[in-house]
Design a protein around this ligand. Structure first.
Ligand SMILES: [Fe+2]
Length: 289
């Protein structure tokens, strides 16, 4: 068994979580009965005092917290930023995160940050490059690392691997975990015309520690991963499919804009909890399981 799979067995089962967002913070922090854990964007809290840290201080006293970053830029050819990794490590210590995550993408090149999760060329050279850096990052930070499949709206030139094969190659070579976003799988499957179930079957699903689920919107030519709408039934079905095949430690609802009444968010969390319980009672135990 790989080291990571032994580590996964020891990770805590966090249950059903939500992202800590400034706009929803008050209601989120008051909902300890319905929300098991919180995910934060570490870049919003690194080295900051004031309101952000005060919010985090309140959150960490009532919830387990994991981070989900955007600026690691694991696919870039720039050197990994030691400053970034040091700040991240400090924050992970502060919240005592059981794991941390970022994305299969690059967000900076030549020192310029692009504020977007950009796809990398899907080939063996790229997979080896990303895996080498992921190993370095995980070793530096000293806590289990996950990478998330992104939604993408173009194919990078120089690609000759299917996405699922590329991700598998990186995960196995780096011996890290998967943060599987089932909405991203659905969005990409529609936009790039592939079978999402075949895609899932090709992934080493046993490496999944955490799942993201979200809603998306319809653009003129493609569907867009906006996190600004309710989760649709085919995406819940993908969640169910994954949970029948592997146990995970945490599921998180992503809602980042177009906020509904908070009760609607809680209802979606309850629906996720029901699916998690019904698909495989041993897969994940949240507060009500
Ligand atoms: Fe996600």
């Amino acid at each position: 068994m790989s080291d990571f799979l032994s580590i996964k067995r020891e990770l805590p089962e966090l249950g059903i979580g939500l992202g800590l967002r400034r706009e929803l913070a008050e209601q989120t922090l008051a909902s300890t009965a319905s929300i098991d854990w919180l995910e934060i964007v570490p870049e919003n809290y690194m080295g900051l005092g004031g309101r952000a840290r005060a919010r985090l201080e309140a959150a960490r006293s009532d919830f387990p917290i994991v981070t989900h970053g955007v600026n690691l830029s694991i696919g870039s050819t720039d050197a990994l930023s030691e400053d970034y990794l040091r700040d991240l490590k400090e924050l992970l210590n502060y919240v005592d995160a059981p794991w941390w995550s970022d994305h299969f993408c690059f967000t900076s090149q030549g020192g310029a940050y692009m504020h977007d999760l950009l796809p990398v060329p899907l080939n063996m050279e790229g997979a080896r490059h990303m895996a080498r850096r992921a190993r370095q990052a995980q070793t530096f930070v000293g806590r289990p690392m996950l990478l998330e499949n992104i939604s993408y709206y173009m194919q990078m030139p120089g690609s000759d691997l299917e996405e699922a094969d590329f991700l598998s190659e990186v995960l196995e070579r780096a011996d890290i975990g998967l943060l599987l976003d089932v909405n991203n799988v659905y969005v990409n499957a529609i936009n790039h015309n592939f079978d999402p179930y075949r895609y899932l079957d090709k992934l080493p699903l046993e490496r999944t520690v955490q799942i993201h689920i979200a809603g998306h919107s319809h653009g003129p030519e493609m569907i867009i991963d906006t996190h600004g709408a309710p989760v649709i039934e085919p995406v819940f079905e993908l969640l169910e499919y994954v949970l029948r095949r592997t146990s995970v430690k945490a599921i998180m609802l992503e809602r980042d804009q177009n906020y509904p009444e908070f009760s609607e968010i809680i209802a979606e969390l309850d629906q996720i909890r029901t699916i998690a319980g019904a698909s495989n009672p041993l897969a994940l135990r949240g507060k009500s399981a």
